[in-house]
Design a protein around this ligand. Structure first.
Ligand code: 2DT
Length: 212
């Protein structure tokens, strides 16, 4: 089949603070869409299957210490190393449902002292641009009701609140902010509708580059 005849897949990213239900919703959505015969795949960042991704995971688990700029670049590098494959899949018709992307990269780094938002964004500029960012919004109080945080580096109430504020500085017209303080089923129904519309809309649109 000629390339132009292939309907491009959509790049759909889920973002939000810890405990907002991102992973549950991503996986449920992929399962449901697949069962309907749609060509979709789940991805997550950091992608721990590579050397760089393993370093990111080790950093999150407090197994290693890294300078703030250095770890920021590693998280970004973990996306750059995935980008060619992502482009290939999208252009051949696979929709990618992604649990965290550059926005987590920027929001979690830019809250650190001395880390500038613009500098953080620069390392991500040029990556495949999502067609839709679903931001699952959950207040710190509602998140607290879902149980206590674990022991990972960023699982702290104060930091999560500042990350939430930083996310807001990244919102644009491709973002859809969804109240996550609701049932798994209710949220899934809302998300599914937006995702299917985006998949249809993206079929014949070129894949753009983020923040360029
Ligand atoms: P989860 O495994 O619960 O998703 O937590 N992070 C993530 C960054 O600091 N930079 C990034 O680029 C990405 C993708 C957010 C992963 C943690 O890693 C943080 C929470």
């Amino acid at each position: 089949m000629f390339g132009s005849a292939v309907k491009r897949g959509a790049l759909i990213v889920f973002e939000g603070c810890d405990r907002c239900g991102k992973t549950t919703q991503c996986k449920k959505l992929v399962d449901v869409l697949k069962s309907e015969g749609k060509n979709v795949e789940f991805m997550r960042f950091p992608d721990g299957s590579t050397h760089i991704g393993k370093m990111c995971r080790e950093y999150l688990e407090c197994g290693i210490e890294l300078e703030d700029h250095a770890i920021h670049l590693l998280f970004a590098a973990n996306r750059w190393e995935a980008a060619p494959k992502m482009r290939e899949k999208l252009m051949s018709g696979t929709t990618l449902i992604v649990d965290r992307y550059s926005f987590s990269g920027v929001a979690f780094s830019a809250v650190k002292p001395g880390m500038e938002l613009a500098w953080c964004k620069h390392a991500e500029a040029g990556l495949p641009r999502p067609d839709l960012v679903l931001y699952l919004d959950l207040s710190a109080e509602a998140a607290a009701k879902r149980g206590s945080y674990g022991d990972e580096r960023y699982e702290k109430v104060g930091l999560q609140g500042r990350v939430r504020e930083t996310y807001r500085r990244l919102f644009d017209e491709r973002w859809s902010v969804v109240d996550a303080d609701t049932s798994v089923e209710g949220l899934h129904t809302r998300l599914r509708a937006v995702v299917v519309t985006t998949m249809e809309r993206s079929h014949h649109q070129p894949l753009a580059r983020l923040w360029t």
